[in-house]
Design a protein around this ligand. Structure first.
Ligand code: NAD
Length: 593
């Protein structure tokens, strides 16, 4: 028979504990929140008041409901107050020693049937459990941050956790409105094991000044539809907590990608622990406030040497595929004079009709007026002659992703175009510098990595090589602004920002599946519900194409020589067997067409 769980304790009322106490109170549980001292209790209470107060402001909660929630939580620093609890969830800092001490103490205080749960993100639940005389009644209950928002809980079963205990806690999770997934006791479980390598990589990108914090975060939000950028997320998680999680994961798996980026330790040591201290990668209005304020790293406050940009009126686009057509439309709608080159009259006509269809759709959807449609079409002309690019200020190449083909094209454009013409490539995986080297003016070559569909996706990665001139980058950025796009700048390195952060994560998900730790469905659920990703990794791999993903992963591996980037064997095998995703009707899942 299952236990009747109505009285709950939460130990540690920090970032997570206060949120967990709120979650239980929102679902009608009688909650006691415990923290070490009065100051910590006040902070915890303030957390709950702040969070529920924001919910009232957003119209998600009434004042009465808020008062009832707060009224259901009693605060204490005395462990004996937890004696009558049916379930206690621990959320103290990520230290095994501390957690073991607390479990030892809780074990002595609570009744014999009570269940003890840890919210640990990475520590061994088994090691915590054996600090008690009831290891069968100990498990992990891993909530996601912010606990009141993320509708997912990983329930961590050790080899000794009793099945009925797992069942009871699953029921509790469901009563809290959270989707539970039961997993084994392995550092990082599903979501963090996949998330933290990515967060750590983003911290390293910041540390090595590969891109600014704003650009790294914008790239992942706009390029992948993530609810937060990685650095803002690290601030939310807490850099001390993130450091401990990575450190534990590294010690367990010895994967270098989990070795905490040195900048994390430095920031923690300096007291920059993220939102909770008011400063982390960003600066906040006050401790625990989500409101970012300007600081010395804010781009607008950095003294820009005000580089003069080049005038761009006439734009050339080379190519006739999906990307080229999208880019032509984007430039035309922004009022540039666009001339595109396709390889035959037939292709020129096809691009024209694709453009007309797309603009028609925009009109039907009410996104474009008839007048603007006509104006956009009037801006565009097509040709089969590359020589016609001679009067262009900017030429954007969007032909097949093949280095030899693009190199020949750049050599030709170099001959045809006037001095000062900016030559841009949309490549997503080839080195931009190889194309620059094919010209006599490598300083005029830049990467403009649009995302598909170019009409919709706001992000453009502006990629500079070691040779690109500052005014060329500034011009490319200014052009993106005129297109209504959000440019981010980075150097010429495999994967730029987005792909370098995204694909290793997808590859890690494949490895997790290979290791039989969790099913594709559970992994997809964990990332969507625990981390707010728009798609799970296997859904995304099937959409992007396993062949495309494998090619990008191979490029990353070859450039960085990072053992953790080696493509997962399962990915290679599926591609070999023709399971390349939706386009083939089968990938990680099967499709009816
Ligand atoms: P935190 O530093 O924000 O909060 C820890 C709280 O524990 C503080 O209020 C502190 O006063 C209290 N505490 C310290 N020693 C105590 C003691 N002896 N007795 C009672 N209370 C004590 O940490 P956090 O980010 O909330 O992390 C807590 C746990 O949750 C960790 O195990 C972490 O891995 C896990 N977790 C964190 C996140 C996240 O995003 N931050 C997400 C999921 C899980």
């Amino acid at each position: 028979m299952s236990r009747e769980i109505t009285k709950v304790g939460v130990v540690g009322l920090g970032t997570m504990g206060a949120g967990i106490a709120e979650v239980f109170a929102r679902s009608g549980y009688d909650v006691i929140g415990l923290d070490a001292n009065d100051a910590a209790i006040e902070r915890g209470r303030g957390h709950v008041e702040g969070s529920t107060g924001r919910a009232v402001k957003r119209g998600k909660l009434s004042e009465d409901e808020r008062a009832a929630i707060i009224g259901r939580i009693r605060f204490t620093s005395d462990y004996s107050d937890l004696a009558d609890r049916d379930l206690v969830v621990e959320a103290v800092p990520e230290s095994l020693e501390l957690k073991r001490e607390i479990f030892e103490q809780l074990d002595k205080v609570v009744g014999p049937d009570a269940i003890l749960a840890s919210n640990t993100s990475s520590l061994s639940v088994t090691e915590i459990a054996v600090a008690t005389a009831r290891p069968a009644q100990v498990l992990g209950m891993h909530f996601f941050n912010p606990a009141p928002v993320q509708a997912f809980v990983e329930i961590v079963r050790t080899v000794v956790t009793a099945p009925d205990v797992v069942d009871d806690v699953q029921l509790v999770a469901k009563r809290l409105g959270k989707q539970p997934v039961v997993v084994g006791d392995k550092a990082g479980f599903i979501a963090n094991a996949l998330l933290f390598g990515y967060l750590n990589h983003a911290a390293s990108m910041f540390e090595t000044k590969y891109a600014t914090r704003e650009d790294i975060d914008a790239a992942m939000k706009l390029g992948c539809g993530l609810p937060m950028g990685p650095l803002a997320l690290l601030d939310l998680i807490g850099l001390d907590t993130a450091y401990e999680i990575l450190d534990t994961m590294y010690k367990q798996g010895r994967d270098r990608l989990h070795a905490p980026s040195p900048v994390l330790k430095q920031m923690v040591t300096a007291g920059l622990r993220g939102r909770k201290t008011g400063r982390g990668f960003y600066t906040y209005e006050a401790p625990n406030s989500p409101v970012v304020v300007a600081d010395s790293l804010t781009p607008a406050l950095i003294d820009d040497a005000s580089v003069v940009t080049r005038p761009v009126h006439r734009v050339g686009v080379v190519g006739s595929g999906t990307m080229a057509t999208g880019i032509i439309e984007v430039f035309a709608k922004a009022g540039f004079d666009v001339l595109y080159v396709a390889r035959s009259d037939d292709k020129v006509a096809k691009v024209r009709s694709a453009l007309e269809r797309s603009l028609d759709k925009a009109v039907v959807r009410g996104k474009l007026s008839e007048v603007d449609r006509a104006a956009a079409l009037a801006c565009v002309a097509g040709t089969t002659q590359l020589d016609d690019m001679s009067d262009r200020d900017l030429v954007v190449e969007a032909v097949v992703e093949d280095l030899a083909v693009k190199t020949v094209l750049f050599e030709a454009l170099d001959e045809i175009c006037a001095t000062g013409t900016i030559l841009a490539t949309t490549t997503s995986s080839l080195p931009v510098v190889d194309l620059a080297a094919a010209t006599k003016f490598p300083q005029d070559v830049v990467g403009l990595h649009f995302f598909n569909p170019a009409q919709v996706m706001k992000l453009v990665e502006v990629v500079s090589t070691v040779a690109t001139a500052d005014d060329v980058v500034a011009t490319a950025v200014a052009v993106c602004h005129r297109l209504g796009k959000h440019p981010v700048t980075c150097n010429d390195r495999a994967g730029f920002i987005v792909n370098a952060l995204l694909f290793p994560y997808l590859n890690d998900a494949v490895r997790m599946l290979e290791a039989n730790y969790a099913s594709a469905d559970d992994i997809d659920t964990a990332m969507k519900m625990g981390c707010g990703y728009p798609m799970g990794p296997f859904e995304l791999l099937d959409v992007v194409g396993l062949d495309v993903s494998l090619a990008i992963q191979r490029t990353l591996y070859l450039e960085f020589r990072e053992p953790g980037f080696a493509p997962a064997p399962r990915l290679e095998h599926l591609v070999t067997a023709g399971y390349v995703g939706r386009k083939a009707g089968r990938g990680f899942r099967s499709y009816d067409a």
